[in-house]
Design a protein around this ligand. Sequence first.
Ligand code: SF4
Length: 64
Amino acid sequence: MRMDAGHCAALEVRRGATGAAEYFCRVYERRPQICRDLARGSPECEGERATKGARVHGGVSHLT
Ligand code: SF4
């Protein structure tokens, strides 16, 4: 999983009908095993993201 600006480089953010940010995986069909093993938004998922995000010294505040 390659990180970019504190989030996964495959993550795509779109604006939904209500204007809210919606998150999509551009490589969903071939996403890494870790993404299949961890439930989206679970503490383990958040932990993985935090660990990887900290390495890139960036955040996702500009996406919301
Ligand atoms: S499912 Fe995995 S590869 Fe896809 S955006 Fe999320 S972290 Fe990235």
